[in-house]
Design a protein around this ligand. Structure first.
Ligand code: HEM
Length: 415
């Protein structure tokens, strides 16, 4: 259905056809009224410049106490987007609270430590690539040599890395992706969302018990030590919230990035050829994929702390606002008339916003770049003739408007 400019746009919880919908949204203006599941009114900021300004605006907050409808009881129980608003961690904190929570993590998550992970990321990548060939032969999807690259490569790499960083023992890693997907899915029923949140809190509670009993050189042990030193620095709920955030942010996003980059390269072989000819690097592929097909689509939520105007749209104080990263990445005003084209040699005048901007800028950007460049280079090195086994436009979408990717990525490793 075409969007009329006077009716709020209904965000599709199945995440279908995001780029076409985004084009219509950008055409309507830099900020567009939208309706979320549960008939909750919100606004999406869709254009690059306005989004950048909004993300760093002094009168825009992230703590849900500013969310008028939630405060006034207007949000249904088990609302599929509730965790984004109410999880206790840096992503829902402002000012000093935000600095405290983010500071505890950045103390451990130093650039040196991330760079130090390079050999481990390379080793995990190499092991997964070796296992890919076997998965293709064994559990083939109807034909030998066809394998779901999302399940067997794009997912386990970031999952293993974030779990090792957090000190999650291997036996507890298995169910984490299923739970995290249910929590971030915008099609989960209220009952399933509540159950997944409870189950996730139980698993993270176990992780905390184990690291309390046997501390290691990991983030969880460091957070527990900070808490033991000074109880005021971190509540139990903030501790669980921080782990939840790190597990979800640390793998769902990089998973989408690797998936989207492989899809883009396979559907644009001339771009892959440019990389092979040394005209662009793997880092360029990663940055262009982040811009062209941002792994995070509509990120919930921010709330103006006073009535604000973005473009022609008045946003009343306390309205939940979504940052539309996938839409901003293809804004022609920022990237020129060919913004919808995948071009690894692009040298844009502006930096993409796909890792956010301002105080909540992604804490894992360096790690994500390390994982994605390592993964892509090694993948195309080992399987230079890799092709999609199903045309890109026929791939089922990951059912979410928060994430932007496909549900599966069946590839043929050899011609
Ligand atoms: C924040 C994107 C990987 C941890 C963000 C934000 C974006 C983003 C857009 C800002 C959200 C907002 O407030 O609007 C991505 C993308 C990734 C990625 C595209 C991969 C391709 C990671 C990884 C980690 C991580 C690997 C952890 C290891 C975080 C955390 C925040 C965050 C903790 C919250 C920061 C804060 O609120 O101060 N990310 N992320 N991210 N990201 Fe990432």
């Amino acid at each position: 259905m075409p969007d009329r400019s006077d009716t709020p746009h209904r965000l599709d919880p199945t995440g279908a056809d995001q780029h076409a919908a985004n084009e219509r949204l950008r055409a309507r203006g830099p900020a567009v009224p939208v309706v979320l599941p549960g008939e909750v009114a919100a606004v999406a900021v869709t254009r690059h410049e306005e989004l950048k300004a909004f993300l760093a605006h002094p009168d825009v907050a992230k703590n849900a106490r500013h969310f008028t409808a939630l405060r006034e009881g207007g949000i249904p129980a088990g609302w599929p987007l509730a965790t984004f608003a109410t999880v206790e961690g840096m992503t829902t904190a402002d000012g000093d609270d935000h600095r405290r929570l983010r500071g505890l993590v950045t103390q451990v998550f130093t650039p040196r430590r991330i760079e130090g992970l390079r050999p481990r990321v390379e080793e995990l990548t190499s092991r997964l690539l070796h296992a890919l060939g076997e998965a293709a032969q064994g559990r083939g999807m109807g034909s030998s040599e066809v394998v779901d690259l999302r399940e067997h490569f794009a997912l386990p790499l970031p999952m293993a890395v974030i779990c090792e960083l957090l000190g999650v023992d291997p036996d507890l890693q298995g169910g984490l992706h299923r739970l995290s997907s249910l929590i971030v899915s915008t099609t989960t029923t209220p009952e399933r969302a509540l159950a997944a949140n409870r189950e996730m809190a139980d698993v993270l509670g176990l992780v905390l018990d184990r690291r309390r009993a046997a501390p290691g050189d990991d983030l969880t042990s460091a957070l527990l030590a900070a808490q033991a030193e000074d109880g005021d620095r971190l509540t139990d709920r903030e501790l669980v919230g921080t782990l939840l955030l790190m597990v979800i942010a640390g793998h769902e996003t990089t998973l989408n990035l690797i998936t989207n980059a492989v899809r883009a390269l396979c559907t644009h072989p001339e771009q892959l050829a440019l990389v092979r000819a040394g005209k662009a690097g793997w880092g360029d592929v990663v940055e262009e994929t982040l811009r062209y097909d941002s792994p995070v689509s509509f990120f919930p939520f921010r709330y103006p702390t006073r009535d604000l105007e973005v473009g022609d749209t008045a946003i009343p104080r306390g309205t939940p606002v979504l940052a539309s990263y996938t839409a901003a990445g293809r804004d022609e005003r920022a990237y020129g008339p060919d913004a919808a084209r995948f071009d690894v040699t692009r040298r844009p005048a502006v930096r993409h916003l796909s890792f956010g901007h301002g105080p909540h800028y992604c804490l894992g950007a360096q790690l994500a770049r390390l994982e994605a460049t390592t993964a892509l280079e090694a993948l195309f090195d080992r399987y230079p003739d890799l092709t999609l086994a199903v045309p890109d436009h026929d791939l089922p979408r990951h059912p979410s408007f928060v994430g932007n990717s496909t549900e599966i990525l069946p590839v043929r490793l050899h011609p």
